[in-house]
Design a protein around this ligand. Sequence first.
Ligand SMILES: [Ca+2]
Ligand SMILES: [Ca+2]
Ligand SMILES: [Ca+2]
Ligand SMILES: [Ca+2]
Length: 422
Amino acid sequence: MLRTMIESHQSSAKTQNMTSGSTRAGRILCILLPFFAAQIIHSQAAHAPAKPAPIADFTDIAKKAGLTVANVFGGKQSSTYILESTGTGVAIFDYDNDGWPDIFLVNGTTLEGFPAGSAPTNHLYHNNHDGTFTDVTESAGLVATGWGQGVCVGDYDNDGWEDLYVTYYGKNRLYHNRGGTFEEVAEQAGVAGDGKTWGSGCAFLDYDRDGRLDLVVANYADFDLAHAPPPGKYPTCLWKGIAVFCGPRGLPASKNILYRNLGNGRFQDVTVPSRIDRTMGHFCFSVTPFDFDNDGWPDIFVACDSTPNILYHNNRDGSFNDVGIFSGVAYNLDGREQAGMGSTVADYDGDGHLDLFRTNFSDDTPTLYHNNGDGTFTDVTYPAGLGSRTQYLGWGTMFFDFDNDGWPDLLIAIPRFGHPLQ
Ligand SMILES: [Ca+2]
Ligand SMILES: [Ca+2]
Ligand SMILES: [Ca+2]
Ligand SMILES: [Ca+2]
């Protein structure tokens, strides 16, 4: 993949040189135009105008690379309940320490379920170093079914092997990497949750700087499938006048969770003493730790759906305060809450302060928050040129420099959503 990007960049650089050369040639032709006008017109007629060089040239090679498993998540054509609407995450990491990134895909299920032994599972793909991958889910010990959601990677026991945490509608799972195979240890580690929460985003971070990775888990909503209202039952279950699944508005909000790593393979739930639960009521999705005020202590941004976003400022004493509203990232420029989904950070303008980008629902823009360097952010979505595409629902997102020019670009994943009108 990296090689492809480099080749693309080299190709792009060549094209730029050619364009530059053509421009010089154009100037010379202008000077000579009175003498050679007839020849030029003849040449234009004979050759169609050259297409502009592509900014990037990406090709979908998933099938060729062996990444063919179907992602299952609720109904194919429509969603009866909001549970079917979120989809699943992916982690790209080197599980076997061979220096080549591998791929872990979270998978879901359906309301109807599957016969025993045939339910979809998560998948781990080993990188074969030749552009292809091999499904090693079973031998790696990662066969698991259920309403999988997010995934995060971190070496929580500092043994040099990256471990996996997977969130679920239901109990979450912690996979300890034992040198290329995994053991599920969420219960004994104390991070499985109570099984009633709807885990969404998660992240490993060392919030207390003791050298051990701690774990923050976002929860979406307090949702009980057994008592969920049918589509259209309440005014909050209408979208553009059409009956759709209910939520998240109208559902009880859920609290996020912070686990402190105790260093003996166990974690302590410090949600209450850390004040992670001192928020106003949110439907949370992606978790992005970053040190927004450059004080050396990691803070945590959480993108929230249909509610203000959260920015947990690290107080350096084990506690956090939600400064989302004060800092300017809770709402957009109009002071309006958006339907936050994915989030990513980078110093896109190179001023030494990490900036924040978030995707939202359709009929809305994504949002770019510029870090002002004084603890506040400014919504610069429109001046940055990011406000024109409002027809798409934005989901996963990442800053990455696809053309290797040193400036972070933005990628947004657009889902095929289960609303009747989409
Ligand atoms: Ca590898
Ligand atoms: Ca480990
Ligand atoms: Ca720690
Ligand atoms: Ca900080």
